[in-house]
Design a protein around this ligand. Structure first.
Ligand code: CTP
Length: 214
């Protein structure tokens, strides 16, 4: 299945929210799934732009990349590029909370407990799908630990997505693993439950599904 002539925007990796100049809040996302998707989309003939949070990975050949650190920066970058793309794959794991106050100087160790006030970051996908063009395909991810399928279907609906890739973290699946166990969920269709596969193969299956959606 080909994506020749299509422009695909992929996001990957975690974001970081500063607590002070030396500390941050983040998550265990390695970026591997998103980078594999960028590679698979390129191999399927698409023009690919990867927006990446901090990772140790190498950008696949032929893929244009830009780097972001915070969820707000990711939101800005994705919003800026959204009009350019025919399809968006939101594989990044943005931090959902950020410190309310970003201390300009290093917080010193004290003897008392330290309280950290957090505020929610914006839901990037939810904002974007409202302004999408006819025919633009939007794919999201869902990381669920309980009531997985039900929660993923709710996210699919609430975020207005064409497909959601459900990820249930486990020993051979999830953060920083080479393999993944996912289900591909589309509105009004039975879920496609994939076996444990290398992330490169999972990426190819996602791209195959996406190519059918144009
Ligand atoms: N996402 C987003 N903006 C955020 C957080 C997540 O656009 N601030 C995207 C992710 O890239 C993913 C999808 O939304 O494609 C679902 O992410 P997930 O973390 O599973 O869901 P949340 O909406 O953050 O909900 P919750 O953490 O409550 O499960």
């Amino acid at each position: 299945m080909s994506l020749a002539g299509k422009r695909i925007l992929v996001t990957a990796g975690p974001t970081r929210e500063a607590i002070d100049p030396v500390r941050y809040i983040s998550n265990h996302s390695s970026g591997k799934m998103g980078y594999a998707l960028a590679r698979a989309a390129r191999e399927a003939g698409a023009e690919v732009h990867l927006i990446t949070g901090p990772t140790t990975l190498t950008v696949p050949g032929g893929v244009k990349a830009s780097s972001i650190t915070t969820t707000a920066e990711l939101a800005r970058a994705v919003t800026e590029c959204f009009g350019w793309c025919d399809g968006l794959i939101m594989a990044a794991a943005p931090a959902d909370f950020r410190p309310l106050h970003d201390a300009r100087t290093k917080i010193k160790r004290g003897t008392d407990a330290l309280g950290l006030e957090l505020e929610p970051t914006q839901d990037i996908l939810k904002g974007l799908t409202k302004e999408r063009r006819q025919g633009q395909v939007v794919v999201g991810f869902a990381l669920e630990t309980d009531n997985a399928e039900k929660n993923a279907r709710r996210k699919l609906r609430e975020k207005g997505l064409d497909m959601i890739v459900l990820n249930v973290p486990g020993e051979d699946s999830g953060f920083d693993t080479e393999t993944n166990r996912v289900s591909l969920i589309r509105p009004r269709r039975k879920s496609v439950v994939l076996p444990v596969l290398h992330k490169d193969e999972v990426a190819r299956r996602i791209i195959e599904q996406m190519a059918q959606m144009f």
